[in-house]
Ligand binder design. Structure first.
Ligand code: ZN
Length: 120
């Protein structure tokens, strides 16, 4: 999914409910959303207006039934890269109630994000 996006940042996100993929989303180049702007203002990074894959997934009404978020990024060659949620998405994830978050890392593996630590 991430490789197929037209965004400069090839990011894809899925939300799972009891181990099954319920929502799929990607970064979308040149697209924004009022919620993205509001959250970006709240974390003091108003320039983050482009709609991120994580927030796009969380805006889906079905997100309320999900328990796990997985976000991954690839480079042009399709290799996994770091996709740790940015402060805007961290806030959105925290407020969504989703507590299990995994993201791809630069060494090609996946890491768990500690949502208990709130926003940095
Ligand atoms: Zn983000």
């Amino acid at each position: 999914m991430a490789l197929a996006t037209d965004s400069r940042w090839r990011v894809a996100c899925v939300l799972l409910r009891k181990g099954r993929i319920t929502i799929r989303s990607t970064n979308v180049f040149g697209k924004t959303h009022p919620m993205q702007s509001r959250l970006a203002d709240r974390v003091g990074q108003p320039y983050r207006v482009s709609l991120h894959a994580e927030l796009r997934a969380l805006l889906n009404p079905k997100a309320a039934t999900c328990d796990t978020l997985v976000v991954g990024r690839v480079n042009r060659q399709g290799e996994l890269c770091l996709a740790r949620p940015c402060p805007v998405c961290q806030l959105a994830i925290f407020e969504s109630g989703i507590r299990r978050v995994y993201y791809s890392t630069d060494n090609g593996t996946w890491s768990e994000f500690a949502t208990r630590n709130k926003v940095e």
